[in-house]
Design a binder for this molecule. Structure first.
Ligand code: NAD
Length: 278
């Protein structure tokens, strides 16, 4: 059986369905109850059992209750995909502390709360697989996404170290690092521009939204790479293979990476400024 958080939409929804297509019964978890129930029906249509559990992953007790309910459902938990996440960017000095805390809780702390509660069960059984959705933004820093990058680098660090820790004890760990995926993430993304840059920011955000819609990979394709990686017990899941070249290029010359990133950021801001003033 498998559990997926943030399973009402996007990558989580596709992953829940893909695990069911592989023969798993699935616990679908989210705060969007309506979407979650649709996914349950979709999985039941495939002939698998499914259960929806409302869980706000920003709350530690709800995450811990989800893990406990997942083990109780069929007596064991084989795979847990920590996937729920939100977007957040902007000027780090302009982001309220409560917002920093919110994105850290949803995108990073929820992963830690999950493994604290779940690892004893998996270690006792000597089996299980942990899947964590990070992002390309957990491997490359982007000026427009500082808080998001902080959380996703954290998830990548958690997974790489955890994979080594559990390697000889029958447990697999996979961390999913996509570039752009065509999902609803922009309905759940927040941005805090510098004072006075609000109009430029609005234009810029609209441009980014369009790029995601037009160039984003379908979530089902991401889910297929996750299934393959779990079967092969791979740590890194790069649905966009070009990410590896981008990471290699960064490490070949990190200072050049920063110069190029700064130049790109400046050009994007200037283009947005020109558009906003039209
Ligand atoms: N879309 C992309 O381009 C992209 C790229 C890299 C990584 N990711 C990551 O993929 C994951 C899934 O995002 P997506 O793109 O499918 O977006 P999405 O918005 O379509 O799906 C996210 C799901 O998470 C749920 N969610 C949000 N906050 C929650 C909370 N507090 N508790 C429980 N559920 C919550 C939402 O209701 C939604 O169903 C996220 O971790 C995101 O950071 C997305």
């Amino acid at each position: 059986m498998a559990v997926v958080t943030g399973a009402s939409s996007g990558i989580g929804r596709a992953s829940a369905v893909a695990f069911a297509q592989q023969g798993a019964d699935v616990i679908v978890s989210d705060i969007n109850d309506e979407g979650g129930k649709e996914v349950v029906a979709q999985i039941e249509d495939l002939g698998r059992k499914a259960l929806y559990i409302h869980t706000d992953v920003a709350k530690r007790t709800e995450v811990e209750d989800l893990v406990a309910a997942s083990i109780d459902w069929q007596g064991h938990c084989d795979l847990f995909h920590s996937n729920a996440g939100i977007g957040m960017g902007g000027a780090p000095q302009a982001i309220p502390v409560e917002e920093w805390e919110r994105v850290l809780d949803i995108n990073l702390h929820s992963h830690i709360w999950t493994i604290r509660k779940l690892l004893p069960h998996m270690l006792e059984r000597g089996s299980g697989h942990l899947v964590h959705t990070a992002s390309s933004a957990g491997t490359l820093g982007f000026a427009m996404l500082i808080p998001y990058c902080v959380t996703k680098f954290g998830v990548v660090g958690l997974c790489e170290s955890l994979a080594t820790y559990v390697h000889d004890r029958g447990i697999g760990v996979s961390v999913v690092c996509p570039l752009l995926v065509n999902t609803n993430i922009f309905d759940r993304s927040w941005n805090y521009p510098e004072d006075g840059a609000e109009a430029i920011d609005e234009t810029y955000q609209e441009q980014v939204r369009t790029i995601f819609r037009e160039a984003g990979m379908p979530p089902e394709q991401v889910a297929a790479t996750i299934v393959d990686a779990v079967k092969a017990n791979h740590l890194y899941v790069f649905p966009h293979p070009e990410l590896k070249d981008m990471i290699d290029a960064k490490w070949a010359d990190p200072d050049e990476y920063v110069r190029n990133g700064a130049q790109q950021w400046r050009m994007q801001q200037e283009a947005a400024k020109a558009l906003a003033s039209q």
